[in-house]
Design a protein around this ligand. Sequence first.
Ligand SMILES: [Zn+2]
Length: 324
Amino acid sequence: MSSFREPFAIGIDIGATKIASVLLSDNGEVIKSSQVLTLAEEGPQVVLDKVADQILALAQQCPGAIAGVGIGSPGKVDSRRGVVYNAVNLGWTEVNLTEEITRRLHQGLPVWIQKDANLSALGEYYFGACQGVQDFVYLGIGSGLGAGIISSGRLITGSDWCAADVGHLSVDPEGPRCVCGGRGCAETVASGPGLVRVTQHMLTHSHRATSLVNEANLTAEDILAAAHNGDTLALQALAEVGRVLGIIMSACTVILNPSRFVVGGGLGLAGFDYILPGAREELMKRTIPESRSLLEILPSRVESPAIGAACLVWYAHAGEPAKS
Ligand SMILES: [Zn+2]
């Protein structure tokens, strides 16, 4: 017997490689899910058509009333006006996401949009590692370093939708060039491409014995596999990711006094055990005990970013998860 409850919410995550979508029940059960390739090079109109098609297909299969649609996007997301700016990975300079999708649906379904990492935080808040936690920071380590902040039960978006942009806090102003144009941003180390760059640098400059070979096609997966086998250079590179993550956690800790960090993203989850000790050590060096007396660091538990997107519908309606 199924235990799902009405109403339902539809969540869509527009990623650089795929568009993930779910139909979620009121109590967090995934009723349906699907994925299609984004193929952003085909242009925004094609991507927007695909997003609308996904929503309509899920709406058609929905066994009850739908409360609305939540959509996550990379870039700077003005959720009040419904506009996405400078989503570099999608090649979008300015897209009226809410309007474009609403126009394609012809159904009067309310649509909300939000920055992707903020929705990962909401997903953890409603149905993941932070249920009942009012002050926490989600950190996603993947193709970049993203974050979402919940403080006193509210999502923090900032004066111009740029809050929690921790990936572009420089930890070394003389460091390597970042995609943003700055130097030594946290994500030049704490990200999949960052880990590869750090490892390649170590392979060139250190004489440690290692199974890794300095090739142009080295991947974060290769480095994780080597770390699983006890490769000391791979472990050292992952510790460097942890060290930089710890600097970011320290900054968040002194400003927000969170009781939890949730680490997600492809590398954040797969490399959690290797990254965590370095992060914790850095946090201990840089913060006072009072600011972290309640602090725990956990891996994320929400499997699809589309689930967090669906939670935006509940957040828009209620502001906070209902007390069960
Ligand atoms: Zn940057």
